[in-house]
Design a protein around this ligand. Structure first.
Ligand SMILES: Nc1ncnc2c1ncn2[C@@H]1O[C@H](COP(=O)(O)OP(=O)(O)O)[C@@H](O)[C@H]1O
Ligand SMILES: *[C@@H]1O[C@H](CO)[C@@H](O)[C@H](O)[C@H]1NC(C)=O
Ligand SMILES: *[C@@H]1O[C@H](CO)[C@@H](O)[C@H](O)[C@H]1NC(C)=O
Ligand SMILES: *[C@@H]1O[C@H](CO)[C@@H](O)[C@H](O)[C@H]1NC(C)=O
Ligand SMILES: *[C@@H]1O[C@H](CO)[C@@H](O)[C@H](O)[C@H]1NC(C)=O
Ligand SMILES: *[C@@H]1O[C@H](CO)[C@@H](O)[C@H](O)[C@H]1NC(C)=O
Ligand SMILES: *[C@@H]1O[C@H](CO)[C@@H](O)[C@H](O)[C@H]1NC(C)=O
Length: 397
């Protein structure tokens, strides 16, 4: 190997960054909606036409993608949120809260003259339910134009709320083009991993068309409400039936409240985790969003760890190359070549690292985090609980 070949190789395999403009830590982007949640916590669900006092009352920034960002951030993952923001009287509350949780919202378009979507939510301590009354006076949806403002080199993973399907497919197309542009040779940006894509199938209003998204995503979360609306009675049925869907390309994951969660690897192995219920269920608002964020966190981290492992091995091999006899160096070179192929496979086949062990740990971790969340108010308990859980039970290698 000449020294220029070697540095080329080093750059390709080890991924040493030579460009100061490229960030070291890549973000997870969540694309979806934000809404104002007005939450009343009641001893029991009120009877119609009655008056009762609530135990607690709060305003909270809500919306699926917005909540997922909150949890990612509390887990220590840098993240960005993309949605249309209404410039109404609540906008300061929303922006202050995004800043408080260190969530980048710099690419969110501001919409004048149309109010922020609002949800009035009643939590019942008696039964642990959360009843949601939602209002949206047609705040416009994001468009691919908004998405084009992003520099995709900043993201390792992009998560979509499954809605607004036609625009979303255009955004995914753009990510695919970016991924493909990484595949050249002699291009300094090629050492990046392709961006992973996940989607949450949640909105029953978008109907079965949401299932078309299965062909474009690495990980699909199938929410209980969506599944019930499609006629499924339990999570096993969901994973077995959708697992047979010809459109399916990546992993699928289905969480089901007290029953925990089930998932299927891209190769078809099914894994499961029980729920980890708290002493008392206090606040189930955003349990699913918490679960999703914890899975994303875990899978993103697993991907990084796996790449690092390969890279360390490569670095060792290259060091050995320097001071060896010809015979040894032939052997080392062959092993480098094999691992190099391995990395290229990994880059092309992005879901390969989501094997049954990683996926099982991911959903177990997520059930632990979501279980802790439903046992306390809001999301703020999570950063403390998280470190504890991660250190005790969840080796990431
Ligand atoms: N009552 C509960 N007890 C224990 N864990 C729960 C409970 N509700 C939710 N979870 C946890 O949260 C995860 C997501 O639950 P899910 O029902 O999908 O939430 P959502 O109602 O927000 O859609 C479950 O997999 C489980 O780990
Ligand atoms: C997520 O992945 C990106 C690179 O793909 C990495 O920069 C980031 O640190 C990862 N997040 C965590 C918490 O490991
Ligand atoms: C991402 O890149 C890989 C390979 O570079 C490609 O197979 C994949 O289709 C790309 N994009 C998406 C959105 O899947
Ligand atoms: C990436 O490039 C290799 C050859 O350099 C080619 O075989 C492969 O099909 C390409 N992959 C994509 C997704 O374009
Ligand atoms: C390298 O890849 C980037 C996309 O990441 C692309 O914009 C650029 O044109 C490529 N450069 C060359 C020399 O191919
Ligand atoms: C997403 O948000 C909607 C409305 O706020 C809520 O009904 C639903 O439970 C959320 N989904 C998850 C998985 O948390
Ligand atoms: C990617 O890997 C999965 C699981 O190993 C496999 O089923 C699939 O055929 C692979 N796809 C490609 C394009 O190599």
């Amino acid at each position: 190997m000449t020294s220029s070949q070697e540095s080329d190789f080093r750059e390709k395999v080890i991924g040493e960054s030579s460009s100061p403009t490229e960030p070291d830590v890549l973000k997870i982007l969540c694309v979806g909606r934000i809404c104002l949640d007005i939450v009343q916590m009641c001893e029991q669900f009120p009877a119609e036409d009655s008056t009762q006092r609530s135990i607690d009352y709060r305003w909270q920034r809500g919306g699926n993608a917005s909540n997922t960002c909150t949890v990612l951030s509390l887990l220590g993952q840098s993240c960005e949120f993309l949605a249309c923001l209404s410039a109404d009287e609540h906008v300061n509350f929303m922006q202050n809260d995004l800043r408080k949780y260190k969530i980048d919202y710099s690419h969110c378009p501001m919409i004048e003259g149309i109010g922020c979507p609002t949800a009035t939510i009643i939590l019942s301590l008696n039964t642990g339910t959360r009843t949601i009354v939602y209002h949206n006076q047609n705040l416009p949806e994001l468009t691919v134009k908004n998405f084009e403002q992003l520099n995709l080199a900043e993201y390792s993973w992009i998560h979509f709320e499954g809605r607004n399907i036609d625009e979303m497919l255009l955004m995914i197309q753009r990510i695919e083009n970016y991924n493909n542009s990484l595949n050249g040779t002699n291009n300094h940006s090629k050492k990046r991993m392709p961006i992973m894509i996940s989607v949450e199938l949640e909105s029953p209003r978008s109907g079965p068309r949401l299932l078309d998204l299965l062909s474009y995503t690495d990980v699909a979360f199938i929410a209980k409400d969506f599944a019930k609306n499609q006629g499924f009675n339990n999570m096993k049925e969901v994973i077995h039936t959708i697992g047979q869907d010809a459109r399916l390309r990546g992993a699928i994951i289905c969480a089901w409240a007290e029953e925990g969660a089930i998932a299927r690897t891209p190769c078809g192995t099914i894994v499961q985790s029980p729920a980890f219920p708290p002493h008392k269920v206090i606040d189930t608002l955003g349990a699913g969003d918490t679960f999703n964020a914890a899975v994303l966190y875990y899978l993103n981290k697993s991907k990084v760890e796996l790449m690092r492992k390969y890279k360390d091995e490569e670095a060792n091999d290259i060091n050995k190359l320097g001071d060896n006899t010809i015979d040894d160096s032939t052997v080392v070179r062959r092993s480098i070549k094999q691992k190099n192929i391995c990395i290229e496979n990994l880059e092309c086949n992005r879901t390969k690292f989501i094997d049954e062990i990683v996926l099982q740990r991911a959903i177990k971790f997520a059930c632990c985090i979501a279980g802790a969340k439903v046992g306390s108010k809001g999301f703020d308990c999570l950063d403390k609980i998280f470190n504890h859980i991660l250190q005790l039970d969840f080796p990431i290698h």
